[in-house]
Design a protein around this ligand. Structure first.
Ligand code: R5P
Length: 296
């Protein structure tokens, strides 16, 4: 038997995972002291306990997650798995400028020490070959959101798009997966990051978008700068309609407005990070991965 433990903000996703696994859903309660410290409390776990917590907006959640792991073990969990669709602090995967921290190498081992296995969705692995290389003390189970996006989009009206575009070379893996699911051509921009919110994009020689209904695909939408610039360039190339699909939606309402003004008519995301754009449920692929991994 398995129990899935969720915090109030993402109890719906934890519940969907518990249902998909045929497990029991349990709510983690958190007491907040006057000085700002927090104390999570769990109800008795099954021998295999799964803690569901997406670690976007991570700082406070990281401490609570580690404390909850300790609480679950003390309450009797013998195997402890963390499901964190969004794994934070991977963008700082090297010291880019003197005086900076190497965040990835601080945060990943902390999490890995607390759990026997960790499920993540589309971790930002641009310069990190394998999560095991950074934190070998746990079993990392990486998944892609492209499967959930592709299945949902293919089940809709098959003729909604003419072309799939990724905003940078790293996005080719997701763009290609969706292009295959929808039987469409695909290409990606070449991206140069200018600042936290600004990028420059170059379309490949001969890339065409004239009259096309384009599906833009990426792993993350954070400031919205990347997808907004991609939409602007695609509109200039003559695209007739632009929608976007991302695994992790981290953007705020100002970015949503900017995306709309740039020409993005709709943006849909996987439901790992709670967001108004959530449209692609991850419970089934996460449950399938856990069943495969632990022969459940
Ligand atoms: C970058 O490597 C990622 O794949 C995304 O393109 C990036 O994180 C998007 O960030 P933003 O929305 O801030 O441009």
């Amino acid at each position: 038997m398995i129990s899935v433990h969720g915090f109030p903000e993402s109890l719906a996703q934890a519940g969907a995972l518990a249902d998909a696994l045929g497990g029991v859903l349990s709510r983690v309660e958190t007491h907040r002291f006057a000085d700002g410290e927090t104390l999570p409390r769990v109800t008795a776990p099954e021998p295999h306990a799964v803690l569901y917590r997406s670690l976007h907006d991570p700082n406070a959640k990281l401490i609570e997650t580690l404390l909850t792991a300790d609480a679950l073990r003390r309450a009797g969990a013998r195997r402890l798995t963390l499901v964190t669709p969004y794994l934070p602090y991977l963008r700082q995967d090297q010291v880019f400028e003197a005086g900076q921290a190497l965040s990835r190498d601080v945060v990943l081992p902390l999490l890995a020490d607390g759990f026997d296995a960790i499920v993540v969705v589309d971790p930002h692995l641009h310069r990190t070959a394998r999560l095991e290389d950074v934190a070998p003390q746990t079993r990392w189970i990486p998944l892609s959101g492209a499967e959930a996006m592709g299945r949902a989009l293919a089940a809709e009206d098959g003729g909604a798009f003419d072309l799939v575009v990724g905003p940078d070379r790293e996005s080719l893996q997701w763009a290609r997966a969706l292009a295959e699911a929808l039987h469409l051509p695909v290409w990606t921009f070449d991206k140069k990051r200018l600042s936290d919110r600004d990028v420059s994009l170059e379309a490949p020689a001969g890339a065409a978008a004239g009259g096309a209904r384009v599906l833009l695909v990426d792993d993350v939408c954070s400031s919205g700068g990347t997808l907004a610039k991609a939409a602007e360039v695609l509109m200039a190339l003559g695209a007739s309609r632009i929608e976007a699909a991302v695994t992790h939606a981290l953007y705020d309402s100002a970015a949503a407005l900017m995306l709309e003004e740039a020409g993005v008519r709709a943006l849909r995301s996987c439901d790992g990070c709670l967001h108004p754009s959530n449209a692609f449920p991850l419970a089934a692929p996460i449950a399938a991965a856990l069943r495969r991994e632990f022969a459940l």
